[in-house]
Design a protein around this ligand. Structure first.
Ligand code: S3P
Length: 428
């Protein structure tokens, strides 16, 4: 589907964004391993999280929708999953294939996992490597690097895993496998990645110890079904925040957004660029901070971002690059080579679209250098079937001359169904 977006001078209103994608996935998976029902309120009904629901159903877990954004997961306990009758398809969802691999590594049966063309290109050894070290038998294409993956689990032993990358998917896969291993599982990361798995496992009753860059988990806990109230996804809010910052008359109030420190780097970086962003109504529910974000049009200046900040805003880099186009001076994003192995190569996808729009950008081996202040002209941009690339260009289009058309824009349904309708409704 081609989606065309016209510029606007105004973007105002008060709204909330759909539920956090990472937390929605985890609520379904951890709920499935718990005893009794888990009620997930504010669940993200995006395609990625629905892939997780379908996989858990195929593994014998009843999941019923009581509303579009509310699910009941009927947990069967740690050893309640059953061998699926067919291949499990995760579609576009990296979180599903990697976290589920951890759970399946602990199961005494065989599963085959596959996904769409993007998933079948993404690196899996980062997950299959440590899971094999724990004792799972895993086969995949390219010596275990690529899906489809076949997993024969069971009889795991705990390991201490020093991950070469800061990846919550790797950390979570090892921890979820650790639930079934003998002994204490430990994961050490170069810089802290999002910690939703640790927070949720603890809320469900697991014994977890965390330090600045390590997590230790005791095996075979009794997990108790819970009510999980999912906050709005800051990664989705970031598109609206940036849109409000760059249009001349922008003011948005976004309620109940997740503000977990491992995810809120985008707020700090935009503020450092001069963005007027205020946080209010801060609350904590089941260990996850949330609050209201108020943002208004601001004159922005370029910044340098790298190091430990990168995992704290990894999914927001496409839209940060858009903010940088409207900032004075140069913005440099480094230490972000992970962007090359996301749903698309986000470094080259952003550089390509920015260039088509008339912006100035240099592709770096581990990031982007963006020269702000060049007037954008509407163009045809490719999403590369990547939801965040499509939304980033839709935001840039709000301040380009003329119309911008984005190819394969249905990818937006992965994480933010209704995004474009929301933008249109805020224009007047
Ligand atoms: C996610 C972790 C991150 C992030 C992804 C969601 C998660 O990936 O980019 O969108 O829910 O654990 P990595 O673990 O590959 O960094």
């Amino acid at each position: 589907m081609i989606m065309c977006v016209k510029p606007t001078k105004k973007l105002t209103g008060r709204l909330s964004v759909p539920g956090d994608k990472s937390i929605s996935h985890r609520a379904v998976m951890i709920g499935a391993l718990a005893e009794g029902d888990t009620v997930v309120k504010g669940f993200l009904p995006g395609e990625d999280c629905l892939s997780t629901v379908n996989c858990m159903r195929a593994l014998g877990i009843p999941v019923t929708a009581s509303a579009e954004d509310e699910l009941v997961v009927c947990g069967k306990g740690l050893y309640g999953l059953r061998e699926p009758e067919d291949v499990l398809n995760v579609n576009n969802s990296g979180t599903t294939i990697r976290l589920l691999s951890g759970i399946l590594a602990g199961q005494d049966f065989t599963t085959v996992l596959t996904g769409d063309a993007s998933i079948r290109k993404r690196p899996m050894k980062r997950v299959t490597g440590p899971l094999k070290e724990m004792g799972a038998v895993i086969l995949g294409r390219a010596e275990g690097e690529l899906a489809p993956l076949t997993i024969r689990g069971g009889n795991l032993r705990a390991i201490r895993y020093e991950s070469p990358v800061s990846s919550a998917q790797v950390k979570s896969a090892v921890l979820l496998a650790g639930l079934f291993a003998t002994g204490c599982t430990e994961v050490v990361e170069p810089a802290p990645s999002r910690d939703h798995t640790e927070i949720m496992l603890q809320a469900f009753g697991a014994k977890i110890e965390t330090g600045s860059n390590y997590v230790r988990l005791e095996s075979e806990p009794v997990l108790q079904g819970q009510e999980v109230i999912v906050p709005g996804d800051i990664s989705s809010a970031a598109f609206l925040m940036t849109a409000a910052l760059i249009v001349p008359q922008g003011r948005l109030v976004i309620d109940d957004v997740g503000l977990n420190r491992t995810r809120s780097g985008i707020i700090e970086v935009l503020q450092a660029m001069g963005a007027k962003i205020e946080i209010s109504n801060v609350a904590l529910a089941a260990g996850e901070k949330r609050g209201t974000i108020t943002v208004e049009s601001s004159s922005l200046r370029g910044v340098s971002v790298g190091g430990e900040m990168i995992p704290r805003l990894i999914d927001e880099i496409p839209v940060l690059a858009v903010a940088a186009l409207f900032a004075s001076g140069v913005t440099e994003i480094r230490d972000a080579a992970e962007l090359k192995v996301k749903e698309s190569n986000r470094i080259s996808a952003m550089a390509e679209g920015i260039t088509r729009l008339g912006g100035r950008v240099e592709e770096l081996p581990d990031g982007l250098r963006i020269y702000g202040g060049y007037k954008l002209k509407g163009a045809r941009c490719q999403s590369h079937h990547d939801h965040r690339i499509a939304m980033a260009f839709a935001v840039a289009a709000l301040q380009a001359d003329g119309e911008t058309c984005i190819e394969d824009a249905e990818a937006i349904n992965i994480s933010y169904p209704g995004f474009m309708e929301v933008i249109e409704s805020l224009k007047d």
